[in-house]
Write a protein that binds this ligand. Structure first.
Ligand SMILES: Cc1ncc(COP(=O)(O)O)c(C=O)c1O
Ligand SMILES: [Zn+2]
Length: 424
């Protein structure tokens, strides 16, 4: 293993891997930890050429860059859907690029993961870590996707999972939890409240806790998407990446992946990172606009349940990711998110859940506001599949027509329907 320790994002203190488990003892939940690596030794062991030839079409092709012991990597083999996490397709969206006047737009479709969201990346790594730690069970709070991912990955590893989600989580996500056999608790409160409850429950019952950013290994799983973007662009980085932001851990994970590649000397620098928040859950965007000093938690209100976060748990690293790459935080309205769901589906054939479509809405806004150059290559992270939240999708579209099964009647009805809604 090439991971060597942790560094606190708040006070900068460093720790050995076996010295702390979750967060910096001095700073508590504010002090999320970055995993450190021996890049010299890594560089001598793996090369871009070796990666290119790797047979595994999953995050496990990056095993040396993950903070897992070799026996954990061996455990993946035969462990059901765990084997298929990551290496999601990245498509070129020509029509969108032409319409927006951008050189190239790529859609990284992480809704194609085993449990249909980006969160499989983190949950896969952390579930293996739980086994390394000898845990009897694993728990997490989640707005829905991280929990579904953990329930699926834990099932594949025969590890009991205890899940806390807000009672307002979309039904499809709750169905995923139950079908994977997790013990599910619907918290009569927000995601932020579920988060704190999970910390207390993990402590009281001795469960290993996956909570986003609080567990330092979630970011390590998420960083694999940056490696894939780099490989899928034949060893280049895009100019800019758009990603939606709740806790800010996907954003900081992408940054970590690109920082790893920079430290290894395989790329010159990370791309510009654009953090997109819903207007009704925009704590980081506001902190950014006000000069980053003030992170003021606020009750979230947005259709995009996955990014309905009032107290972002990876705030420090997320703000740093945007600052150091020369990016920005943008906010988008629920209306813009619904429009983006339609546009993305109709222009590129990609069905995104609201939180994922927010990143696409952010791209539209950045172009509208003249924040981008015409010659840029951009990647939009689509972090969750639209089938996870059908009621929101139905809000974005009209109703389908009903027709009679009697052919003559049906033909008349079809003619009427086509006259009022011409085929385009
Ligand atoms: C679909 C989707 N997009 C974006 C996010 C935001 O990720 P983060 O909370 O790490 O910022 C989430 C988190 O749940 C998600 O499920
Ligand atoms: Zn600290």
């Amino acid at each position: 293993m090439f991971a060597t320790g942790f560094r606190c994002g708040r006070c900068g203190a460093t720790y050995d891997l076996d010295e702390v488990r979750y967060v910096c003892p001095r700073d508590g939940v504010e002090g999320t930890l970055d995993v450190l690596y021996d890049y010299d030794r890594l560089r001598a062991t793996v090369s871009p050429g070796q990666l290119r030839g790797h047979p595994s079409r999953s995050i496990w092709r990056y095993a040396p860059l993950l903070p897992l012991r070799p026996e954990s990597i061996h455990r993946v083999e035969g462990a059901g859907a765990l084997q298929a996490v990551g290496w999601t397709p990245m498509y070129r969206a020509e029509r969108t690029a032409r319409r927006l006047g951008v050189r190239a737009i790529y859609i990284k479709d992480d809704g194609r993961n085993p449990t249909a969201s980006f969160k499989d990346r983190a949950s896969a790594v952390v579930a293996l870590k739980a086994i390394e730690e000898g845990a009897s069970a694993i728990t997490t709070a989640s707005s829905g996707n991280a929990a579904a991912a953990l329930a699926g990955m834990a099932a594949a590893l025969n590890l009991p999972a205890i899940i806390f989600v807000p009672h307002t989580a979309p039904e499809a996500k709750v169905a995923q939890l139950l079908i994977y056999g997790a013990q599910v608790f619907l918290v009569e409160g927000t995601y932020d409240e579920a988060f704190d409850l999970t910390l207390a429950a993990a402590e009281a019952f001795g469960w290993y806790c996956r909570n986003t950013a609080y567990n330092p290994f979630t970011r390590e799983g998420k960083k694999t998407a940056a490696y894939e973007i780099w490989e899928q662009l034949q060893g280049r980085v895009p100019d800019r990446v758009f990603v939606s932001v709740g806790d800010g851990n996907i954003l900081s994970g992408l940054w970590k992946g690109f920082r790893d590649l920079t430290a290894l000397g395989w790329i010159e620098r990370p791309p510009i990172l654009m953090g997109i928040q819903a207007e009704g859950a925009a704590v980081l965007a506001r902190a950014w606009a006000e000069g980053e000093e003030n992170i003021r938690p606020e009750p979230p209100r947005t259709i995009a349940d996955s990014i309905a976060v009032g107290q972002p748990r990876d705030a420090r690293f997320a703000l740093q990711a945007v600052r150091e790459t020369g990016g920005a935080f943008l906010t988008v309205t629920d209306e813009e998110i619904l429009t983006a769901m339609r546009t993305l589906a109709r222009e590129a054939g990609v069905f995104a859940e609201p939180a994922a479509a927010a990143a696409f809405a952010g791209l539209e806004k950045a172009v509208r506001e003249g924040l981008m150059g015409e010659e840029e290559t951009v990647v939009v992270m689509i972090t969750g599949n639209g089938l996870k939240d059908i009621p929101s999708a139905m809000r974005a579209v009209g109703q389908a027509h009903r027709v009679s099964p009697e052919v003559p009647t049906a033909l008349r009805q079809l003619q009427e329907a086509i006259r009022s809604h011409p085929l385009s």
